[in-house]
Structures are given as structure tokens and as C-alpha cells.
Design a protein around this ligand. Structure first.
Ligand SMILES: [Mn+2]
Length: 271
């Protein structure tokens, strides 16, 4: 059995298919951890979700901002943004099952044997590992429960940007979703900045979450996606950035969780 993590897929089905072939992925014995953003922007989100759902027993996903946005759009009866290219998915006969599959997925996965945390955006420097996992379970109960639409309707806010400011259940939900799915830069205090998406700038006031001095994870690995501008590099050996920007013309990357070797498939021009 080989375990792999794969970076942001974002509807790039041809590259996903080629990557699974390249690593000789066998769903009857291997396992694929997807770091999230399965859907949106790429040309075939429908095929990506169908492929993953068809081998659900061999797949785990930590949801990304685009995945949650899709679930929220449908739960709230809103129109999808045409640039997300979700029309084929949303009109497919198996759309309800595919969305239910997505909604069952967690925000964070802890692999005890490997001492490895997987999430879409990383680990907030204002949380310990155990706090992060506790908050992930809390937020999953919100978006998977009967009141999911209530939480989806309140999800899109940038405040509170600091964990200690999150007092109510909704504020804790908002902070948790933002930390796990939207975080890139934080300030000196560790507050989330949710607008800057670029490459790290040594001289700016904002620092990547993984460079914050309070960041947990000196004694475990962290695997994340979401930040294509990093081009797969954090400069820290045990913090693994897997979003190599396939949908933007980069590549799609898979990492073997045991030996940390990576394989990448360059983006096809057609997608
Ligand atoms: Mn993302």
C-alpha cells in the first residue's frame, strides 16, 4: 500500500488522469489524499469528482475554498460564477451524489503513524495541533449538519482575523474555515491576511503562515496546497507545498507520503 497526497486539481481532469497513471495508482491497495480545491476554474470539474467518488474508499479530501464555495452556492440556491466552469457538474444527473461525497469530507486529516497534518491552506500559527484538529471537527459538524445552509450563508467574512477574537459559534466557524482554506499570509501577531496571494516578499510586513515563529509543527510534517505562487517551495523540509498551479499552466504534483518523493505532470495546453 502506498499513500500519496496530490495538490490542487481544480477541474484539470486530463492531468489528474495522467498523474494517477504515472504513479501507477491502484485504488484496491493505495490511498490518495487530496489537499482540496478539487473543482473550479479548470475545464472538467465533473470528471474529477466522478473519478474520485468512484474510488471513494481509496480517497480522502481536505476541503478547499473552491470546494466549500461550490457547496455553499448550491445550498443557498445561488448562481455559480461562469468563470468557475461548473455548469456541466451542476446539471449532471449524479450532481447530488457528487456534492454529498464532497460534503462528507473533512477540513483536516492527522496521520498519527506518519505524524503528518494535511489541510488545504496549512496550520494557523494561533493554534496548536490539537486545537486545530478540534476546530476542524467542530466546523465539519457545522457544514455537514442540519444547519449547514445557516453556516454557509455566514461563511464569507474576513473577520475575525485572530482566533482569540472568535467568541460566538459563527465567529469560530468563520475563523476555522478561513484558517484551513484561505490562509496564506499572516502579520506579526499571527492575524490572517486574506487578500494577498503573491509570492513571499522578504521585506513586506506580511509573512507566510509557515514562517511565523509561533507556528506548530516542528516535530511533524504539514502537507498543504492553495498557494500556487509558492511553486511547491516553502524552504522548510517538512512543510510540503503541493499546489503547483496546474490550472494556471503550471503542473499537478503528487507526493509519496513515505519517502516524500514528488511526481509532477505539466499542465496540458487544452485545459
Ligand atoms: Mn484554494
Amino acid at each position: 500500500m502506498t499513500q500519496y497526497a496530490v495538490g490542487d486539481i481544480q477541474g484539470c481532469y486530463q492531468e489528474l488522469d495522467a498523474l494517477l497513471k504515472r504513479i501507477d495508482f491502484n485504488p484496491s491497495k493505495d490511498h490518495l489524499y487530496c489537499v482540496g480545491d478539487i473543482v473550479a476554474r479548470g475545464s472538467d470539474s465533473l470528471a474529477c469528482l466522478r473519478r474520485l467518488q468512484a474510488m471513494e474508499h481509496a480517497v480522502s479530501i481536505t476541503l478547499g475554498n473552491h470546494d466549500l464555495h461550490l457547496l455553499a452556492t448550491v445550498a443557498l440556491g445561488k448562481e455559480a460564477n461562469p468563470k468557475d466552469k461548473l455548469a456541466a457538474l451542476l446539471t449532471a444527473p449524479d450532481c447530488p451524489q457528487l456534492l454529498a461525497f464532497l460534503q462528507r469530507q473533512p477540513l483536516a486529516i492527522w496521520l498519527e503513524k506518519r505524524r503528518m497534518l494535511i489541510s488545504h491552506a496549512g496550520l494557523s500559527p494561533q493554534w496548536s495541533l490539537s486545537q486545530a484538529l478540534q476546530q476542524a471537527r467542530f466546523a465539519e459538524q457545522c457544514y455537514q449538519g442540519e444547519d449547514a445552509a445557516y453556516y454557509f450563508a455566514r461563511m464569507y467574512q474576513n473577520a475575525p482575523s485572530q482566533w482569540h477574537e472568535a467568541q460566538s459559534k459563527v465567529e469560530k466557524f468563520i475563523y476555522t474555515i478561513n484558517a484551513f482554506t484561505r490562509m496564506r499570509f499572516v502579520n506579526k501577531q499571527g492575524a490572517l491576511n486574506l487578500s494577498d496571494k503573491g509570492a513571499p516578499n522578504q521585506n513586506g510586513p506580511l509573512i507566510p503562515w509557515f514562517n511565523h515563529p509561533n507556528r506548530g509543527g516542528e516535530d511533524f510534517d504539514i502537507v498543504f496546497g492553495h498557494w500556487a505562487a509558492l511553486e511547491g517551495h516553502t524552504g522548510i523540509a517538512h512543510i510540503h507545498a503541493l499546489d503547483t498551479g496546474c490550472v494556471w499552466g503550471g503542473s499537478m504534483t503528487a507526493m509519496n507520503l513515505k519517502n516524500k518523493n514528488t511526481v509532477s505532470i505539466p499542465a496540458y495546453l487544452s485545459s
